[in-house]
Design a protein around this ligand. Structure first.
Ligand SMILES: *Cc1c(COP(=O)(O)O)cnc(C)c1O
Length: 426
């Protein structure tokens, strides 16, 4: 480990030394020692079109020579305006006002503040949020509060605000309980909303796929029912699409794939193709109007130094161009994952196989408990590296989430690597 760096999500005492990466190209990373590894997790889920893509690099270079950064309060610029217009055009009707920030946690934080103040501004304050067990929304205090309680937030639990949690109806191939789990969750949500009609400022969910909570997937039907419930009980629906946005679920956004439109949507990871930190929270006109007033107190007093950074916006615009080109790739990856996973279907060490769009996941059967600290995760990380694969299981949940530029041959090679790792596990 470098003597001056404190690495994230790393217990320095027990973790293996960080691996130095020299360069990247397409789905590949080149290490300091000259070895190539295939990035099967898009470098923590951000990279969509491949590493060091020349088109995005050129867009950033060009923008940097013109305007690298400017205060975004009282001033505006073309890259931000164009990006807002293009995002709104791509998002479902009703999501119209774009608020910029610079990472996924703050995109969610902003959505929570918008939802909370929406009710305050109307003189009808609400006290709490409804969120899902196993959810992950970021590492700030607000987003830890709405995240499912886990080892990530345990130390801080006394400082987290009030949130009521309901079960997430996670499902997988051959799950006989899928509908039952949905009904149970819906009943609990409906009961909570009906018992205390003025309590919830909003319902927050990662639509279709819960990421850090273990790539747990639910059916579109559930999100459609959730939309109805939020409407009937007059509360706001917030989709945290920080991970699922920009093609990950096989459509541009999970809300489109699920045919369920939220009142607020949070986007970040894939927005710049994985080049620069940027995020947006997009809300409905109705929410925006609740802040539009002569009263200063009704303002959304939130903003970051690098809000709508022009370089980030330029990267995002270039990434949007590539999204249009790569549409067939992210749309067809689900079929390819499915074909590959079929071959592993009866593997004795695997259960709960599941696929949504470009994300495939499976649970590894181990004698230990299913959680983030399951030692099989680290075992697989090491074994994968030896085979030239970047895999990083969440405990015993093994998943693939490659950049869209990965070829069919490369993906097949990744799956054969996984098969041989599993065979050698014990
Ligand atoms: C990664 C993630 C976040 C947090 O984003 P950061 O950029 O790491 O702050 C929030 N929500 C979801 C669903 C995520 O996957």
């Amino acid at each position: 480990m470098h003597p001056n760096i404190w690495y994230p999500y790393t217990q320095a005492k027990t973790a293996p030394s960080a691996i130095k990466v020299k360069s990247g190209k397409g789905a590949w990373l080149e290490l300091e020692n000259g070895r190539q590894i295939l990035d099967c997790i898009s470098s923590w889920w951000v990279n969509t079109h491949g590493h060091a893509h020349p088109q995005i690099a050129a867009a950033i270079y060009q923008q940097a020579q013109q305007l690298e950064q400017v205060i975004f309060s009282g001033f505006t610029h073309d890259p931000a305006e164009q990006l807002a217009e293009r995002l709104v055009a791509k998002l479902p009707d009703g999501l119209e006002r774009v608020f910029f920030s610079d990472n996924g946690s703050t995109a969610v934080e902003v959505a929570l503040k918008m939802a909370y103040q929406y009710w305050v501004n109307q003189g009808k304050p609400r006290q709490a949020f409804l969120a899902f067990q196993g959810g992950y929304h970021g590492d700030t205090f607000g987003t830890m509060a709405v995240g499912g309680r886990s080892i990530f937030s345990e130390v801080f639990s006394d400082l987290l605000f009030e949130v009521d949690f309901v079960p997430f109806p996670a499902t997988y191939w051959d799950d006989p309980q899928a509908e039952l789990k949905e009904q149970t969750a819906i009943q609990k949500i409906e009961a909570a909303l009906a018992e205390q009609p003025q309590r919830y400022a909003g319902i927050l969910i990662e639509p279709l796929v819960q990421g850090a909570g273990g790539m747990q997937m639910c059916r579109p039907e559930f999100l459609q029912q959730l939309r109805q419930l939020a409407q009937q009980h007059n509360t706001l629906l917030i989709f945290d699409e920080v991970m699922t946005g920009f093609g990950r679920t096989g459509d541009w956004f999970a809300c489109q794939r699920a045919q369920s439109t939220p009142d607020l949507i949070c986007l970040s990871k894939g927005i710049t193709g994985g080049f620069l930190p940027l995020a947006v929270t997009v809300c409905s006109e109705q929410i925006y109007q609740a802040f539009y007033s002569d009263a200063p107190i009704k303002t959304l007093y939130h903003g970051h130094s690098y809000t709508a950074n022009p370089l980030g916006c330029a990267a995002a615009l270039a990434s949007l161009d590539l999204m249009a080109v790569n549409e067939p790739t992210f749309q067809s990856m689900e079929a390819q994952h499915t074909r590959e996973l079929q071959k592993l279907r009866s593997h004795p060490r695997l259960e709960k196989l599941r696929v949504t769009g470009t994300i495939a996941a499976m649970d590894i059967v181990t004698p230990e408990q299913t959680d983030y600290l399951n030692p099989v995760g680290m075992q697989i990380r090491q074994a994968a590296l030896e085979r030239g694969l970047l895999l990083r299981p969440l405990g015993n949940v093994l998943y693939l989430m490659p950049p869209y530029c990965i070829t069919a041959e490369e993906l097949t090679a990744a799956y054969s690597g996984i098969e041989s790792i599993l065979t050698q596990l014990d």
